[in-house]
Write a protein that binds this ligand. Structure first.
Ligand SMILES: NC(=O)c1ccc[n+]([C@@H]2O[C@H](COP(=O)([O-])OP(=O)(O)OC[C@H]3O[C@@H](n4cnc5c(N)ncnc54)[C@H](OP(=O)(O)O)[C@@H]3O)[C@@H](O)[C@H]2O)c1
Length: 273
């Protein structure tokens, strides 16, 4: 499919790995100029190099900004003043049982997932309105709709992103700026593997056998420890599967879609709508 984003500039926040990286790669393959973003250092350099290798024709650069730090948004917007496409991939996950979350952790998690994302988005949104074309995609989470007890502040932040998404879509009414959200389910990324591999090892299983049993064996004894719900595709999603939907929403082809929350969760959320 020709997605007609050649000559568009895209920024994907938190894109040195995982869903962000897969999205940056797809946008680069579609011909966009892509900013890869992370906290900097070796990981950012490696991600940029990997993208340039994977898509030699693409214009790819890296930008470093710690969005959890004070002034992080200013650092990012000073280095990249305007883009046509913004994918909000940055998240503060911080898993912890609800009862043990402190006031300070609530403040920080909501600041990082909501206020930081809102401030960053406002900056680029204004440029998009002025230029007359734009795409904003929030990478939210299926947990916005079915919060896990161990990730309540994160899930609340993701739900708030859906509110923000809808408000901005309404504010952009009558323009060619679209604003949408994608809700991924359980996806194979460094972060999820970092949590699951030690769990599998603790139960004396290989990662692959553990995940296969989680998704396919009704008698799997450690379901609650994994806790990510019953997937209809019965496997972890791959980052590229989520990135495909995001890249489509960023494309000129998706001009009729705005203000929408779209699930890419392997059918985990148990409702038709
Ligand atoms: N994986 C899943 O199962 C899943 C499910 C639902 C929703 N999601 C959502 O999808 C998005 C991507 O998730 P993911 O699992 O692929 O990746 P992730 O683990 O959430 O994020 C990894 C990226 O975040 C960057 N990062 C971390 N802290 C940062 C900071 N303070 N400032 C700037 N960048 C920072 C890292 O860059 P450096 O380390 O290079 O700094 C890296 O590129 C997130 O919004 C997540 O909530 C993921």
């Amino acid at each position: 499919m020709h997605t007609a984003i050649t000559d568009r500039t895209a920024l994907v926040t938190a894109s040195t790995e995982g869903i962000g990286f897969a999205t940056a790669r797809l946008l680069a393959e579609e011909g966009a100029r892509v900013w890869v973003h992370g906290r900097g250092g070796v990981r950012l350099g490696q991600a940029v190099a990997a993208l340039r290798r994977a898509v030699p024709s693409a214009e790819v650069d890296g930008v470093a900004a710690d969005l959890a730090a004070d002034g992080g948004v200013r650092v990012l917007t000073a280095a990249v003043p305007a883009v046509d496409i913004l994918v909000n991939g940055y998240a503060d996950t911080r898993p912890k049982p609800f009862a043990t979350v402190t006031d300070a952790e609530w403040t920080t998690t909501l600041r990082n997932n909501v206020a930081v994302t809102a401030t960053l988005t406002r900056h680029y949104f204004e440029h998009m309105l002025a230029s007359g074309w734009g795409r904003i995609v929030f990478i939210a989470s299926d947990l916005a709709l079915r919060p896990l007890p161990v990730m309540v502040p994160y899930a609340a932040g993701k739900m708030a992103q859906l509110t923000l998404m809808r408000a901005l879509a309404e504010e952009a009414a009558g323009t060619a700026v679209t604003v949408n959200a994608v809700l991924p389910g359980f996806t194979r990324t460094e972060r999820t593997e970092g949590f699951l591999r030690p769990l599998a090892a603790r139960h004396g299983m290989s990662f692959e056998a553990f995940m296969d049993a989680y998704f396919n064996d009704p008698a799997f004894p450690w379901r609650d420890e994994v806790g990510f719900g019953a997937s209809l595709v019965r496997r972890l999603l791959e980052p590229e599967e989520v990135a495909s939907l995001i890249a489509f929403l960023c494309s000129a082809r998706a001009s009729g879609m705005t203000g929408a929350s779209l699930r890419c969760d392997g059918g985990t959320t148990p409702t038709a709508l």
